[in-house]
Design a protein around this ligand. Structure first.
Ligand SMILES: Nc1ncnc2c1ncn2[C@@H]1O[C@H](COP(=O)(O)OP(=O)(O)OP(=O)(O)O)[C@@H](O)[C@H]1O
Length: 599
């Protein structure tokens, strides 16, 4: 596979395009050559006119110029199409290089970075930003060659043909430029306002669609629709203001870059000079043929500026991801001997500078169950994610079997720690292969045994193609609880000595919950288990509860001991019990209501 060759820090389109700069240069050179020969072919016309206007036209001379014109046109066309072939090849090569570099890099950065960035943003980067750079290289780079060569060459030719008429022709352009500049004044601010309004409207649309289920429960959608309407109004207002400011000058500017105004000026001034006897018709013909080219050549420059800005923004985003430091790998990797976990004065801070965990010291013996409990935002998930090295600690150390997790290769760590988180992920592949992800060389019998232990075998068999059913395909909608049991089966098959479990709360209908609890019991038997507990009743029998509050370990002990200490855990427990009572009373009320209705 092609290796990315970025030799400089990636600070924009120029550095991102560096690996294909040779091909881009080739495409630009070919397109410039095509522009030169295209203009050259036009220059064969005035000598033909001169010959035709002479007293005794020589057919041989006319034919010779005609042949030259045809050959030049043929060269112009073929080099132009060659330029596009080269630019498309460069674009494909760049796409492969960028996608490879991004996926290889994303596989090495801390998993936490990937989670925090979000799959939507990563998809946008790997798909859309790369695609927009592809489109820029493929379609715009030859135009750059053309857009700059044509005006320069046209100018030189016109000045050489007749400097007076050349200057008169040129006079139209600065006037057009002034109008364009007027239209573009405050472009940055206007663009920002437009982007903000656009972003707001996008957000509201997403909220409107995603939250429809919730919104409709509370109103008929009219209040969220009103929010959408307000954003739409503000968006149209921004557009209207922008348009009003730039409409006249923009139109006049672009009009002056149309061939017609220049042709009119050239014709009038040229006719006057001819009447003065200081300009020949063939020379005027040079202007009539070249001037429209000169004007037409400026237009793509304005469009190109927009493309360059857009691809530069995408390139900056790609560069920022590629500059993200990778998870350091040890020079002398070590293997842990036991599955005990020790946290030594662990401190960790997310990017915002506020410590999420402070000075946490905790020992989890091999084969024990430790429940991480605490109020929302206390740091439970963060702590659980530091064990499989989603991020590296900022202070202190996390050790498995006496070895700092930073001294293990990622492969070693992953062979010691399994994690089952709430946001389950299934590949677009068969259910069997999704389970096998835990151990790719497992036999079908082992996969089935894992699925049985995870309470997943029965519902898998009921699917249209059993274990060969593609997860996520139309018609195979798996419930959250079923998806979670598949990921538990995956972890059972992996059979790692340590399991980190973010207890599910989302799919807690009684039947699913009981099945998930059974599945978890099979997964965690004889393992060192760290469980992020949201429902205290499920982890009452844990060997130890580590109670976190505002990033600190405030209590440690068994359920009964902690209840006696009358601290944070006691408060959490009484709140949990209140919630359970409330849940019970709601359930019994709905059962009662159902019974009453059926009578
Ligand atoms: N990716 C992130 N970037 C920045 N801050 C984060 C990130 N994830 C969590 N935090 C912050 O770190 C703190 C601890 O969060 P964490 O999710 O670990 O708490 P928790 O105890 O698991 O909460 P919950 O029970 O609500 O899931 C919170 O203040 C949270 O806002």
């Amino acid at each position: 596979m092609t290796q990315p060759t970025f030799t400089q820090p990636l600070t924009g389109a120029r550095s991102i395009l560096a690996p294909v700069k040779g091909r881009i240069g080739g495409a630009i050179a070919l397109a410039s050559f095509s522009a030169i020969t295209g203009i050259g072919s036009l220059l064969a016309v005035p000598p033909i006119a001169a010959e035709l206007l002479s007293e005794s036209p020589e057919p041989a001379v006319i034919w010779r110029w005609l042949v030259i014109a045809v050959v030049m046109v043929a060269i112009a066309f073929s080099t132009r199409s060659l330029a596009f072939t080269v630019s498309h090849l460069a674009a494909f090569k760049l796409e492969v290089i960028l996608r490879t570099a991004l996926t290889e890099h994303l596989a090495q950065v801390p998993l936490g970075y990937v989670i925090t960035t979000g799959s939507g943003a990563i998809k946008k980067l790997v798909q859309d930003d790369v695609k927009s750079l592809h489109a820029f290289v493929a379609d715009s780079t030859p135009l750059i060659g053309q857009a700059y060569t044509t005006p320069v060459l046209s100018l030189v030719i016109m000045i050489l043909a007749d400097w007076r008429l050349g200057l008169i022709t040129l006079a139209v352009l600065p006037i057009g430029m002034i109008f364009i500049q007027l239209a573009l004044r405050d472009y940055g601010e206007q663009r920002k306002a437009y982007d903000q309004a656009n972003e707001q409207i996008n957000g509201v649309i997403i909220e409107f669609v995603q939250g429809m289920q919730v919104v409709r429960t509370f109103d008929d959608g009219s209040s969220s629709f009103a929010r959408f309407q307000r954003s739409l109004d503000s968006f149209t207002q921004t557009l209207r203001e922008w348009n009003a400011k730039t409409q006249l000058s923009g139109r006049l500017g672009t009009l002056l870059f149309e061939p017609l105004p220049t042709l009119l000026v050239v014709s009038a001034a040229g006719a006057w000079l001819m009447m003065q006897g200081s300009l020949s018709f063939p020379r005027l013909l040079v202007f009539l043929l070249i001037a429209p080219r000169l004007c037409g050549a400026f237009k793509p420059i304005f469009t190109l500026a927009h493309f360059i800005n857009q691809s530069n923004a995408g390139a900056l985003r790609i560069g920022a991801v590629l500059a993200e430091p990778v998870l350091p790998q040890p020079q002398h990797p070590q293997q842990p001997k036991t599955a005990e976990i020790t946290l030594q004065t662990v401190t960790f801070t997310y990017g915002d500078g506020r410590p999420a965990l402070q000075d946490i010291s905790l020992h989890m013996p091999a084969g024990s169950v430790t429940a991480l409990v605490g109020p929302s935002g206390a740091g439970k998930t963060t702590l659980a994610r530091l064990i499989p090295r989603f991020w590296d600690v900022d202070g202190g150390a996390i050790e498995i079997g006496g070895v700092d997790v930073r001294q293990m290769t990622s492969a070693t760590l992953m062979s010691w720690v399994s994690f089952v988180f709430q946001d389950t992920f299934l590949l677009y592949d068969t259910i069997g292969n999704n389970i096998k992800l835990g151990r790719p060389n497992a036999t079908d019998a082992e996969v089935e045994a894992a699925a049985r232990a995870a309470q997943a075998h029965d519902f898998i068999l009921a699917l249209p193609n059993g274990y060969d059913t593609i997860a996520g395909e139309r018609g195979t909608r798996l419930s959250g609880g079923q998806r979670q049991r598949i990921t538990i089966a995956r972890a059972i098959l992996q059979d790692n000595p340590i399991v980190v479990l973010d207890e599910a709360t989302a799919f807690a209908d009684p039947e699913n919950e009981a099945l998930i609890q059974d599945a978890i019991a099979s997964l965690t038997q004889g393992k060192t288990l760290i469980v992020v507990a949201h429902r205290l009743s499920t982890i009452m029998h844990a060997d130890q509860m580590a109670v976190l509050d505002q990033g600190k370990l405030v209590e440690l002990g068994k359920h009964d001991q902690l209840l006696q200490s009358n601290g944070v855990y006691t408060r959490l427990w009484s709140r949990h019990q209140q919630a359970q009572n409330w849940e019970l009373s709601v359930r019994s009320r709905s059962v009662l209501a159902a019974r009453t209705n059926s009578i």
